[in-house]
Structures are given as structure tokens and as C-alpha cells.
Design a protein around this ligand. Structure first.
Ligand code: FAD
Length: 396
């Protein structure tokens, strides 16, 4: 049996790939959740539209073991053990346990009004809180991708949004300083978002139907509830004692971590082509590609994953932001083009495209990822790269 542990896009893609290669192979998904696998990217959109019906991936009942959290691996006996102490013997094991939202417990009596966004049940709780809201004001703690998607979704429901960030700029993990500043101005001018920077939450207390969030400076914000979006942490605890763990599960070029055991998606640390080291590429396209390769390798093929290139496309508040590689760094060899309502920045090192920021106008984005990931020299094509007039085949 090929055991796949997980309940989302990586687990489902691995299962589907195995069955597409050979229907007769015994493959099973073990998920700690109670539903069929589903796509996490759609969660913010569930607040304002009914996408629930098409967000699940169909897996035959016999191949889907739900409500089953794998808590241990015994490499010697090729066995995984679940939270009810059931043992399952595998021939191959694919770990696709992804990541969880980083959580913290705050001082005060209102931690039940604090939510993160990673599971369907999180969205159901937020939806209930929206129904009960009195002030129609939500505080979002963290200025990353998921925070902004949630801010966008909740503001569409007519809520006031205050974003509190501990760093000095929004999207600090993917944007450089200039793009952060432009985006902050756009959010406050056009969408009336309040952005409070350089602050942490020190306590959250209930006050009648509302809550009072105290910040480190002593300032306080009264609102209905808080959403925390402060990054993710890979689900690795069950594998800690037996597998090679750094930040996630470290895999080789074939996505193997030990004989016959593979790790894929948000839980896997894979080579990065620009950083030249193992890195967690917690994005959807990487999870899909890795799942396809690991599934084929588990069937006996011998396929290597190309080192990854991290990238993000963020369509929020009517703005498109596309970043890749070393996009958050300011200290790089760069070429910049400014427009009235945005800008493009290309980062080049030794003739290779190592990063980019497209803020406002996003063109031809598959080409940039392709050029960077395949280490195609861009010497002499810098100007064309800035404007999206680029055909990778002509550079090779
Ligand atoms: C709100 C949101 C918005 C996003 N937006 C984007 C975007 O715009 N673009 C993009 O590229 N990416 C986006 N992402 C990231 C993307 O969704 C992830 O990269 C992708 O879901 C990774 O898939 P995965 O299967 O590796 O892990 P996950 O989606 O984290 O799924 C892992 C699954 O494993 C199960 N599991 C965990 N531990 C165990 C265990 N011990 N036993 C059994 N089951 C277990 C969990 O229940 C979970 O369902 C977003 C993520 C979120 C949450």
C-alpha cells in the first residue's frame, strides 16, 4: 500500500497521479480532517461567496481514512500509527501534512475571539462571528498574504478593518520597501484601512459584546474579533524523531527523505535555485508539482524535481502584485521602472534573473518564473524584462 498522509492539494494530487499511472495500485489517504481533501486557497473567498460546493476533491470512500491523525512513524517496520493507536503497514509513504497557522495565546479573557485561517472550521467560526458582530470592526494581526486576503474578504462584507503589524511595513516577507509603501498608501486612501505599524498585541479583554485589544504602546482598539496571520509552521511533530528535520522535512532531489518515504508540499524543504539552499516553498504550484513527482517515484520511477523558485501572485483590493525570488531585498543589483500607479523591479545577479516585483501591472508572469527557474541568461534583455516583452525561447 502507498500511504499518503495529508488532506489537501498535495495529498490529493499524489493520489490522483498514482491512480492515473496504474488504477490497480493500492493507495490510501489518511487525513486528520473530517471532510474530503479541499483547497486552502479558496478559504477567504468562502466568507463572501458560496464556493464550498466545488472546493472538495473526490476520493473513493475506501481510499480515504478520515478523522485519523498520524502520530508516529516506525521506519523499521514500515508502519504508521494513528491517534487511536491503529497501525497501518505501508510499502511507500508520502507525507503531505502541510503547515498550520502560527498561533499564540494572548493575555486577557478573549482568546475565543481570536482566529487563524487554515481549515474549513476556521472559516465557519469567522462566519458565525461576522453574524454576531456589533461594531462591525475587525482587527487583523499580521501583514502577510493571508492577512490581506482576509482583510479584503471581510471589508467586502462592509466591515471596518484595522491591520496591526509588528514590522515597519506591510507584506514585508515578499515586497521591498518601496512596494510596501505604495501598497499601504493605496489601502488607506482607497479602502480606508487603518494600518498600525511597529506594534504588538499585549492583551485582549471582553467588554460587553465587544473586545478591547491593547497594543504594546498602550493604544487600544475596540472591535468584534481578531484574525491572526503571522506565518505558518510545518506539521512535523509526528516525524521529528525519525526523519531529517530542519524547519520542515528535508528531502533530496527525488523528494525522498528516507528509503521509500517522501515529503511534499508545505511540509517539505526543497532546494531553492536562487538561495542555493533548502527552503520551505509554501505555495500551491510547488505542492502540485512535487506531489506528481513523488507519486511517480513511489511507483518506482526515477524523477528529479528541479530546484524551486519561490513566487507569489496576489490579487487583493483590486491590485495585482507579482513577486518572485529575492523580491523582498532592497540591496540587490536592480533595474526599476516607475509608473503613475505602480512600478516594476527586476533583480539580476551574474546575468541571471534572481527576483522581481511587479506592482500594479502584471504581464506574462509564467515567463519570469520560467526564466528564473531555468537559469536562462538575461544579459541584454533587461529592458524587455521590465516591460513584459519577453519570450524565454529567444533567450536560450
Ligand atoms: C487562506 C490561504 C490562502 C492561500 N493563498 C495562496 C495563494 O494565493 N497562492 C499560493 O500559491 N498559495 C496560497 N496558499 C498556500 C497553499 O494553500 C498551500 O501552499 C497548499 O495548501 C499546500 O498544500 P499541502 O497539501 O502541502 O498542505 P496543507 O494545505 O497545509 O494540507 C495539509 C493537510 O494535512 C492534514 N494533516 C496534517 N497533519 C496530519 C497528520 N499528522 N495526520 C493526518 N493528516 C494531517 C491537515 O489536516 C491538512 O488538511 C494559501 C493558503 C491559505 C491557508
Amino acid at each position: 500500500m502507498i500511504a499518503i498522509v495529508g488532506g489537501s492539494i498535495a495529498a490529493y494530487t499524489a493520489y490522483k497521479t498514482i491512480k492515473a499511472q496504474d488504477k490497480s495500485v493500492d493507495a490510501k489517504i489518511f487525513s486528520k480532517e473530517s471532510t474530503e481533501p479541499y483547497g486552502k486557497m479558496l478559504l477567504p473567498y468562502m466568507l463572501t461567496s458560496n464556493v464550498k460546493s466545488n472546493m472538495f476533491y473526490e476520493v473513493p470512500e475506501d481510499d480515504l481514512i478520515l478523522n485519523t491523525e498520524i502520530t508516529k512513524i516506525d521506519k523499521n517496520s514500515n508502519t504508521i500509527i494513528d491517534n487511536k493507536r491503529n497501525n497501518y503497514t505501508y510499502d511507500r509513504l508520502i507525507i503531505a501534512t502541510g503547515a498550520d497557522a502560527s498561533r499564540e495565546t494572548f493575555e486577557g479573557n478573549a482568546n475565543d475571539r481570536v482566529f487563524t485561517v487554515r481549515y474549513l472550521k476556521d472559516i465557519e467560526k469567522i462566519r458565525e462571528s461576522i453574524k454576531k458582530a456589533n461594531l462591525r470592526h475587525v482587527l487583523i494581526y499580521g501583514g502577510g498574504l493571508v492577512s490581506l486576503e482576509m482583510a479584503n474578504a471581510i471589508s467586502m462584507a462592509g466591515f471596518k478593518i484595522t491591520i496591526v503589524i509588528s514590522s515597519n511595513r506591510i507584506l514585508s516577507q515578499i515586497l521591498n520597501k518601496k512596494a510596501s509603501e505604495l501598497f499601504e498608501k493605496y489601502l488607506s486612501d482607497d479602502f480606508k484601512l487603518e494600518i498600525i505599524k511597529g506594534e504588538k498585541i499585549s492583551s485582549i479583554e471582553k467588554k460587553e459584546n465587544d473586545i478591547v485589544v491593547k497594543l504594546s504602546s498602550g493604544k487600544s482598539v475596540e472591535c468584534d474579533f481578531v484574525i491572526v496571520g503571522k506565518g505558518v509552521k510545518p506539521n512535523i511533530d509526528f516525524a521529528k524523531d525519525v526523519l531529517n528535520i530542519k524547519n520542515g522535512i528535508v528531502v533530496n532531489g527525488k523528494l525522498e527523505v528516507a528509503g521509500g518515504i517522501y515529503a511534499i508540499g508545505d511540509v517539505a524543504e526543497v532546494d531553492d535555485i536562487v538561495l542555493n539552499e533548502k527552503f520551505l516553498h509554501a505555495i500551491w504550484p510547488c505542492a502540485v508539482e512535487q506531489a506528481q513527482i513523488a507519486a511517480k517515484n513511489a511507483l518506482g520511477m526515477d524523477i528529479k524535481v528541479k530546484p524551486e523558485f519561490t513566487r507569489n501572485v496576489l490579487p487583493v483590493f483590486g491590485m495585482n502584485i507579482f513577486t518572485g525570488g529575492v523580491s523582498k531585498f532592497d540591496e540587490y543589483e536592480t533595474i526599476i521602472e516607475n509608473y503613475a500607479d505602480g512600478y516594476t523591479k527586476i533583480m539580476i545577479k551574474d546575468g541571471y534573473l534572481d527576483g522581481f516585483v511587479f506592482f500594479g501591472t502584471v504581464k506574462n508572469y509564467g515567463a519570469y518564473t520560467f526564466i528564473a527557474r531555468n537559469r536562462i541568461k538575461v544579459k541584454g534583455a533587461e529592458k524587455r524584462l521590465l516591460h513584459g516583452w519577453i519570450d524565454p525561447r529567444r533567450l536560450i
